[in-house]
Design a binder for this molecule. Structure first.
Ligand code: NAD
Length: 523
């Protein structure tokens, strides 16, 4: 695999240095301190194939258990997560450098997702009875059955180590598939802990496991599974899709974003500024759907910028602890800090101004100051490429049309937000070219599991959440069942003149849309 060879220092997708520097071991660091917290054995191609084969063998019984049976087991997993929240959050903080408040979204999301798919799966993937559209099929009963892919492989990034691994495993497992997760090499510990609990504390069926490693392990997973759920950069997404094409394995790709926020002149400016600060800086800006570009209508611009700078300037950054809570934590991957710094430096060199922040914070740990840039334009990388850090660029626009033109001037299309009078803002939201738009809010669409979430353009293929979020892990099997019938159909042998004439008359009767044709009166 191009993106990583275990045993050497390797280039990762984000252009930085991977951590598999010991033969067969993955070194895991605490980003808040830079200290080594674990060395994990790497799973090579043979180990991956063996894990997939093992869960594949257990899958038929899991599928046969039905939705209620599977919810019973996933309910036990939900209870374990709720009962062990502190342990889950401690591990997550250790391997990501997140502040506690950001980390605590993950167990909440997982418990909610188990309940959501546990209670909705029957509606989404239960048998569908379909009324035949044609009288020729009147004697048939039509049923669509959803059958899972046997083994789903999940390859996940480091920014939300559980939401983006277990969060996708939940609907796949609810669908009846077995699941193998390959977590990010930066954040392998939390999901491994949960897989361990599934096996040893919960005693769950052998349909869920984790393999560890870099790109090579991910590639081996793609080769062995029946469906690939990938979340990560568009650069790795292309490689995964190309590799999956070799075995004609279907993929769902949740990739990067460059989400716009539009602030209309009639917006509540306090709310818009507070939302931009949180939506841009939450999780140190390492969120695929974070606010990265802001377009503000001229009459609101000065007030909005002043309030945004005040809010962002007041953010407390650093290593979090219970007595001294912080708002923004560390960057999880040092590679990403270098990308953020490069984009900000490039913007500043080309005429942008940082009204607050703008620099890497000196060590220990890996931090970048929460940053608001103005005097930016679309010639700058910071307004074109995904930043994935605590930085927003703000532009003044003449009117809505200019805001929409700039918002849509991107190769990405993950999500966006619009602030303004509700009706007005909704009209604008409908014209943004992306998978989801929040009106008078930010990021919240990710927690609205009822509706699909996915990327347009180079932000991805496929959707998570809603009916699509579970149906994608299934193949459909249509059953066309004959309810009553004679010894033979008119279309079967022997072909006689009489039957040919009968069929011709039937074709007109059924498909004609005026009575003369139907009755064969018009030639
Ligand atoms: P990445 O692409 O570097 O890595 C993602 C995963 O792919 C990791 O587990 C990595 O080990 C694995 N991988 C690397 N090379 C591989 C290969 N050749 N074959 C198979 N697997 C391989 O992404 P990242 O840096 O971990 O995450 C950040 C990116 O993820 C950002 O672009 C962000 O926008 C995106 N993201 C998207 C969503 C979404 O829902 N759309 C959510 C979160 C993050």
């Amino acid at each position: 695999m191009e993106s990583g060879t275990v045993g050497t220092t390797t280039e990762t997708t984000n252009g930085g240095v991977g951590k598999a520097v010991e033969p067969e071991l993955l070194e895991v660091l605490n980003p808040a301190t830079g200290e080594t917290i674990a060395n994990l054995p790497v799973d090579g191609a043979e180990a991956v194939a063996a894990t997939v084969a093992r869960v594949r063998a257990a899958q038929p019984d899991w599928e046969a258990m039905g939705i209620e049976g599977r919810y019973h087991w996933l309910g036990k997993l939900r209870d374990w997560i709720l009962d062990n929240q502190d342990q889950v959050l401690d591990t997550m903080q250790l391997e990501t450098g997140k502040v506690r408040a950001d980390a605590s979204n993950e167990p909440a999301y997982l418990a909610d997702t188990i309940n959501f798919y546990g209670t909705q799966a029957a509606k989404f993937i239960g048998d569908e009875s379909v009324r035949p559209h044609s009288p020729l099929l009147a004697a048939k009963k039509l049923v669509v059955q959803y059958r899972p892919y046997q083994v789903v492989g999940i390859i996940s990034p480091w920014n939300f180590p559980l939401i983006l691994s277990l969060g996708d495993a939940i609907p796949a497992l609810m669908a009846g598939a077995a699941v193998v997760v390959k977590p990010s090499e930066f954040t392998p510990l939390g999901i491994a802990e949960i897989a361990d609990a599934w096996k040893h504390e919960i005693g769950g069926p052998d349909v869920f496991d984790v393999v560890q490693g870099i790109g090579e392990t991910g590639g081996a997973l793609v080769d062995n599974v029946d469906y690939v759920q990938f979340t990560g950069s568009d650069r790795t997404g292309r490689k995964v899709m190309a590799r999956a094409a070799e075995t004609l394995t279907p993929v769902s790709l949740e990739l990067g974003g460059k989400d716009p926020m539009i602030v209309l002149a009639d917006a509540d400016i306090d709310r818009a500024a507070n939302a931009a600060a949180w939506g841009g800086m939450f999780n140190s800006g390492q969120v695929c759907i974070s606010v990265e570009r802001i377009y503000v209508e001229e009459p609101a611009y000065d007030e909005f910028v002043a309030k945004l700078v005040k809010e962002v300037g007041g953010i407390r950054q650093g290593a979090d602890d219970a007595r001294n809570p912080k708002d923004v934590g560390a960057m999880t991957s040092p590679n990403q800090t270098a990308i953020v710094e490069g984009q900000v430096d490039d913007a500043l060199a080309n005429g942008a101004r940082a009204l607050t922040g703008g620099k890497r914070v000196p060590g220990p740990g890996d931090y970048f100051e929460p940053t608001v840039l103005v005097d930016v334009d679309h010639s700058m990388k910071v307004m074109r490429d995904e930043t994935f850090g605590p930085v927003v660029g703000v532009m003044k626009v003449r009117d809505t049309e200019e805001a929409l033109r700039l918002a849509n001037d991107t190769r990405y299309g993950l999500s966006g937000s619009v602030f303004g009078e509700r009706g007005n803002a909704e009209r604008v939201a409908r014209r943004i070219e992306c998978g989801a738009v929040n009106v008078n809010d930010v990021l919240v669409n990710y927690f609205a599991s009822d509706v699909p979430m996915g990327g347009w353009k180079e932000s991805g293929i496929g959707y998570r959440h809603g009916a699509q979020g579970i149906r994608k892990f299934c193949r459909t099997e249509s059953l066309v069942i004959t309810r009553f019938a004679g010894k033979r159909e008119p279309t079967w042998y022997p072909y006689t003149r009489g039957r040919r004439g009968l069929i011709a008359r039937m074709v007109k009767l059924i498909n004609g849309r005026d009575w003369r044709r139907r009755l064969g009166l018009k030639r």
